[in-house]
Design a protein. Structure first.
Length: 152
């Protein structure tokens, strides 16, 4: 039973330190699932909140299904997330702490079910981002030098 990636949130890894990951199901309508199968989703600027013991996904855009009728879904509606109770309480207690948020990382199909990977994230400061960029560039320079030495 493989996974088929629908969309990724690359910006989350740039803006946050991901400390823990959770897999959640989503409550979706039929046309939303069809749109997801076509790969028509956008995770940018989306986030999850815990309200009254339930988790919800906000600002997750699923484009309307092209062949849908008047029963088509609202593209930006709030969607309920399906998590275990202990996971929800853990997320809620961490979010109450300063600097933590729940960020969606990727959407994928696992078997026939659409799944969402959530990350418990702590925001990066500007100097953290610069440090990551410097490390990445140093790694690239080393790889280039090693490749040049192998070709000689």
């Amino acid at each position: 039973m493989g996974e088929k990636l629908i969309c990724n949130n690359k910006k989350a890894y740039h803006d946050y330190f991901i400390e823990e990951k959770f897999e959640a199901g989503m409550v979706l309508k039929g046309t939303e699932v069809k749109s997801l199968r076509m790969g028509r989703a956008n995770l940018n600027d989306s986030f999850a909140l815990v309200k009254s013991g339930e988790a919800f996904l906000h600002n997750f855009h699923i484009s309307p299904y092209d062949f849908g009728n008047r029963e088509n879904h609202d593209p930006d509606r709030m969607r309920k997330l399906l998590l275990h109770k202990q996971e929800i309480t853990k997320l809620f207690s961490k979010v109450r702490e300063q600097g933590y948020s729940i960020v969606p990382l990727r959407i994928y199909f696992k078997g026939r079910h659409a799944k969402l990977e959530l990350g418990l994230a702590r925001g990066k400061k500007l100097y953290d981002k610069r440090e990551d960029i410097a490390k990445r560039e140093a790694r690239r320079d080393i790889d280039r030098a090693m490749k040049a030495r192998r070709q000689e």
